[in-house]
Design a protein around this ligand. Structure first.
Ligand code: SF4
Ligand code: SF4
Length: 321
């Protein structure tokens, strides 16, 4: 495997990073989630939900940074408990994180915890959301509040309140450089039903879209696209990976728990099925870096003109060609 950490002159440090990098198991997102739904570009959310790019592999330094965030959570819970909050971070029925779903399982929120005993409203149950921010982001949060500095966190909070039915949210945000805690007037977030429903409608639109939604910008070098992991596939530069999620025969099935169905085979697809795909995979046309020019009469193959002028045939006829 190619080492992701570069220019490490100490072989021991390089070995630490390499061991971390080897252990990572990047996975595709099975469902839409509260942490995705605040993104401005619906097309970006759709590309992620449809597995249109390989899940990202991270260098050792980034993996340590993520772990630092996770390690902060038990400490935050301890601090809240010491302040008198009665909290629960595990659902006793499952022994796992509290989890709530909507849209027949296709939308999920997993909350950090829930509790009562907050000084401002001791009897009111709150969701607890824990975030670690670097100094720059923390300063912006203090200056402008959550809605301006971290709108995606606000969207996540609203979707968590909506799905759980717990209508107050405590935003525990810590500056990881100084350990200062955020104490702005919006640290307790109220449920906003209109906004929460708007987010759920957005999730349903993404879920039911059989083609990628419109781009937020036609200029992929624009600020809005700067950190988008789907940029190459969005701009028609590369093929999306093959899986059932990128096949035009698949759709999210309603009525189950995050099920997907294949119209070609009339089957419900497990996650393993979706990852494997099959020989009759046909790309959703926007996921091919070419222009669709023809479809065979029985619909089993689709022809594209590629940027270099060549023809590329997707489907069974491609193997015969
Ligand atoms: S590159 Fe820009 S337009 Fe395309 S999906 Fe990403 S954010 Fe949206
Ligand atoms: S045709 Fe094959 S790749 Fe396409 S959805 Fe069905 S099982 Fe998946």
């Amino acid at each position: 495997m190619v080492a992701l950490s570069q220019n490490l002159t100490s072989p021991t440090i390089a070995a630490i990073d390499a061991a971390l990098e080897d252990r990572q198991r990047p996975r595709q997102q099975r469902r839409l989630s509260g942490s995705m739904i605040g993104k401005k570009c619906e097309r970006e959310i759709w590309f992620q939900f449809r597995w249109c790019y390989e899940p990202e592999r991270h260098a050792g330094r980034m993996l340590r940074l993520f772990e630092t965030g996770h390690l902060r959570e038990p400490r935050a819970m301890r601090e809240l408990q010491n302040a008198g909050i009665k909290l629960s971070d595990v659902d006793p029925e499952t022994g796992d994180q509290w989890t709530f779903t909507e849209l027949d399982g296709h939308f999920v929120v997993k909350i950090d915890g829930r509790g009562t005993g907050f000084v401002e409203r001791p009897k009111t149950e709150h969701i607890i959301g824990i975030k670690t921010l670097n100094d720059k982001n923390f300063k912006e949060l203090k200056k402008n509040g959550i809605s301006v500095a971290k709108p995606e966190h606000l969207a996540q909070a609203q979707s968590e309140m909506h799905c759980s039915g717990i209508h107050r949210f405590f935003y525990y945000a810590v500056n990881k450089d100084t350990d200062e805690l955020y104490a702005g007037s919006d640290v307790r977030i109220r449920y906003d039903e209109t906004e929460a429903i708007r987010l759920m409608v957005k999730a349903e639109r993404v879920l039911k879209a059989i083609r990628p939604p419109e781009p937020i910008s036609d200029d992929r070098s624009a600020r809005a696209c700067r950190f988008c992991k789907a940029k190459a596939v969005c701009g028609g530069e590369v093929f999306a990976p093959r899986s059932c999620r990128t096949c035009l025969h698949s759709t999210p099935a309603m009525g189950g728990d995050a099920e997907w169905q294949c119209e070609k085979h009339g089957a419900i697809l497990t996650v393993a099925d979706q990852e494997a795909g099959c020989g009759e995979h046909l790309f959703i046309p926007e996921l091919v870096p070419g222009k669709q020019t023809d479809v065979s009469p029985d619909g089993s193959s689709v022809t594209y003109e590629m940027p270099d002028g060549s023809q590329w045939v997707d489907g069974i006829a491609q193997e015969a060609a």
